[in-house]
Design a protein around this ligand. Sequence first.
Ligand SMILES: Cc1ncc(COP(=O)(O)O)c(C=O)c1O
Length: 464
Amino acid sequence: MANIEIRRFCCSFCFLASLALNLFFVINPYLSEWKKQKLSSSWAEEAAAEAEAVALISCSGHGRAYLDGLTVDGKPVCECNTCYGGPDCSLFSSDCAADANSGDPLFLEPFWMQHATSSAVVIAGWHRMSYIFSDGSYISQELENHIRRVHAIARNAITKGKYLIFGGGSTQLLAAAVYALSMNLSTPAEVVAATPAYPFYKTQTDFFQNMHFEYDGDALLLKNSSDTTANVIEFVTSPNNPDGNLREAVSQGPLVSAIYDHAYYWPHFTAIPTPANEDVMIFTISKLTGHAGSRLGWAFVKDEDVYHKMQSYIEKAEMGISREAQLRALKLMKAILLGDGMEIFEYAYKKMSARWQKLSNIILLSQRFSIQEIPPLFCNFFEKVRGPSPAYAWLKCERQEDKNCNAVLQAANIIGRAGSLFNVEDRYARLSLLKSDDDFNLLLLRLNKLVTEEDEHKYYMKIS
Ligand SMILES: Cc1ncc(COP(=O)(O)O)c(C=O)c1O
C-alpha cells in the first residue's frame, strides 16, 4: 500500500516538475525579452518623461519652455514670444512693435506640435560619438536617402545622378560653392546676384574674400557692362528673397557659373512649375521643416570635381555636420514621409496662402502702399494652377515723400527690413510672413491701423 502511495507521489512529482520545466522553457524567452526591453527602455523613458514635463509647462500659448532653457529653482521657465511677458507669458504689451524683420520660420511650429509623436528624438549618451560614420564618411546615408525621397514627393528637384553634400545650414554651402567654383580660375571671379538680392551673399562673400573671388554687386549691371572676359559666379535665388519671383541666371556665357539657392523652392512658398535641374542647387531644412536652429542644409551637385571641392571645404571647416543635427533631420524627414508624404506641403501652403490673402486684403485698401504681384501658376506638386503664398511681402511706399519705407513702418510700430539691404532703394521694405502666429497677427493689426489712418490723413489734407 505504502509502495503504491510512494509511486503515486513520484509520478505526480515528475509530472508537475516536467510541467514546470516545460512552462519555464516556453515562457523564459518572452520573459528575458521583456526584461531586456524593460532594462533598455528605462533610460529612454526617463528622457521622454523629462522632455514631456517641460512640454507641459503652460506658457499661455505665447511662449515655450525648453529643456536647455533658463531655470528658476531648478525648473525650466517660459521663454515668451515677442510682446508677451510674465511667468506664463500671458501679459501682452500693447505698445510693443510688430517684428516682421527676420526670416525665422516659426509658422510651422503648430504643425510639429500636432506631430509631436512622430517627430520626437531621444539621443542616447553614446550616440555616434565618433568623428566618422562607420563607412568613414561624415554623412548619414539614411538621411541622404530620405532627403531624396522628400524631393521626389515635392517634385521640386531632379536629384538622380547628382552628388549630395551637407552643410551647416545652406549658408555654409553657399560659401563652399563659391570656393569650389573659383579656386582654379586664372583670374578672380566676380560674384554677383540680381537685385533685389538676399543680403547675406554680399556679407559672406566680402567676409571670406580672397585672391580667388570678390563680391561685385548686381548681376544685371555686370550683364550690361562691356566686360565679357570676367569669370562670373552668380547667386540665383529662386524663388527670390525678398520678392518671391522665380528666377533664372541673368549672366550668360562660358565663363559663368551659377549657384541656385532654392531655400524657398517648396510648395509652401511657390508654385513648382518644373523640378529644378541645375548644376549646383542648394536647399535648407530651415525653410522646409522650419528647423532653422538645427543648421542643416544640403547641396545637389552635378559635376564630380565641384562636388569634391565643396566636400573638401566642409571637411576642412567642420569635419562634417553635427551627428545630432543629422539624426534630428532624419526623424523629421521620416515624419514628413509618413502616409503619402503630402501633409506638410498642404499644411504649409494653406497657412502661407492664408497669411498672404489677409495681408493683401489690407494693402488692397491702401493707396500709400503696394506689394508685389505674383500671378497664379501651374504647380507640378499640386497638379493644378495655384495662387501665391510667398515667404515675404515686398512692400513699396507709393507716396513721393515716403522715400524711406522702413522708417514709415517704424513710425507705425512695425519692424521691417530696409530695401537698401537688398541693394535697391529704401522706398521698398521687406516684411517677413514666416514668423509665429503671434508675430503675424500683430503685424496685421499694426498694418490695418496704418492703412485705416490713410483716410484720416486724406480728410486732414482736405480740411487743412
Ligand atoms: C535665400 C536664402 N538663402 C539661404 C538662407 C539661409 O538659410 P540657412 O538657415 O539654411 O543657413 C536664407 C535664410 O533666410 C535665405 O533667405
